[in-house]
Design a protein around this ligand. Structure first.
Ligand SMILES: [Zn+2]
Length: 344
């Protein structure tokens, strides 16, 4: 019986698994004094989890802002290109067609994304530069305020109510025009409404959780989930903000988030945005860890879902929870591929 399930997992993973949020460029930048970091630190785990596409998110740490934001972003992209050049197992992809080609060669496709537009400062022309460098998805903000708008707080209420700035609106308009996927992860509730109102394409949330299980404004309400569904968009479920209670931060609760989104807007609109972060957290000093916990209260890593190789456990549990093969394939792969086909 257990062998049968392993075979079924292998079959369900034959196209691979797509993770729409991974803080890879930041870690490559932090390790810039080393070579072959991608091959040494990441390849084995990504392959063990059958990862097909990983969204590599540019993110700028507070300590570099504002002056160093652009430079660190460019250096993160440089590290990504240099590292990919040193391995024959990865490729940076700019289109749906390139992703298909790279998968034919059995390489891992990396999609360059941006979490917070701080690197742009207030200069819209730089969005075009990042597009030419391969940027294909962006969310306007992390938690902190920037020139585009505000992030949703890690609290049940209190996020700023003024929505997007005119620069934020310009970035959204230009992204939709260029073909940079618009991602509503982290944006404040007011900013969320603004973006839904001013766009027409299928909008995504790369990594978030349902407020039903973790009620903070960084996560999404049922109405917000329905707004994404009405647009034909996709929501990636985050493995870090699964529950405010440590004992409930489990693989089953992660799947509860998937099931909740499916029940509200259908199986075509739910996917994966793991946001695996424990490997970075582990590298921090105790003072940095305390600062993180104070800033983002109650972020609990899910013990059975902390790294990409764990995606096999996720698939096993989805099977045990009664998800059909067709449903699992859409969650793991098909839904994000449809978004790539529509946008890229
Ligand atoms: Zn995030």
């Amino acid at each position: 019986m257990s062998e049968q399930i392993e075979e079924r997992i292998a079959r369900l993973h034959r196209h691979g698994v797509i993770d729409m949020h991974f803080d890879l460029p930041m870690d490559l930048y932090d390790k810039r004094d080393r070579q072959n970091v991608l091959a040494t630190d990441f390849l084995e785990d990504l392959e063990a989890g059958d990862i097909a596409v990983a969204a590599a998110a540019i993110y700028i740490h507070d300590r570099y802002l504002p002056e160093m934001g652009l430079r660190v972003a460019l250096d993160q992209i440089a590290r990504l290109y240099i590292e990919v050049g040193e391995s024959d197992r990865f490729a940076i992809c700019r289109s749906h067609r390139e992703i298909l080609q790279v998968r034919e060669q059995n390489k891992i496709a990396l999609l360059l994304t941006m979490e917070g537009v701080e690197p742009l400062g207030g200069d819209l022309d730089l969005l075009r530069v990042f597009y030419e460098l391969g940027l294909r998805s962006l969310c306007l903000t992390h938690v902190r305020r920037n020139a585009a708008g505000d992030g949703g707080l890690f609290a049940p209420s209190g996020s700023p109510r003024d929505g997007l700035t005119s620069f934020g609106r310009d970035v959204i308009r230009e992204s939709e025009k260029l073909g940079i996927i618009i991602d509503l992860a982290h944006i404040s509730p007011a900013g969320f409404d603004d973006i839904i109102e001013m766009t027409t394409k299928p909008i995504i949330i790369s990594h978030t959780n349902a407020r039903k299980y973790y009620d903070i404004e960084r996560n999404v309400t049922d109405d917000q989930i329905k707004a994404i569904g009405a647009r034909g968009g996709v929501i990636g479920i985050n493995a870090v903000l699964v529950s405010p209670h440590k004992e409930e931060a489990t693989l089953d609760r992660y799947i509860d988030h998937i099931a909740h989104v499916r029940d509200l807007i259908g199986i075509d609109s739910v996917a994966i945005g793991f946001d695996f972060f424990e490997f970075i957290y582990r590298q921090w000093s105790e003072a940095e860890q305390i600062a993180f916990q104070n800033k983002f209260t109650h972020a609990h890593f899910v013990p059975e879902l902390q790294k990409h190789s764990h995606s096999r456990s996720l698939t096993r549990r989805l099977i045990e929870r009664g998800f059909s093969d067709a449903e699992i394939e859409r969650i793991l792969f098909g839904n994000w591929m449809r978004i790539f086909e529509q946008w890229l």
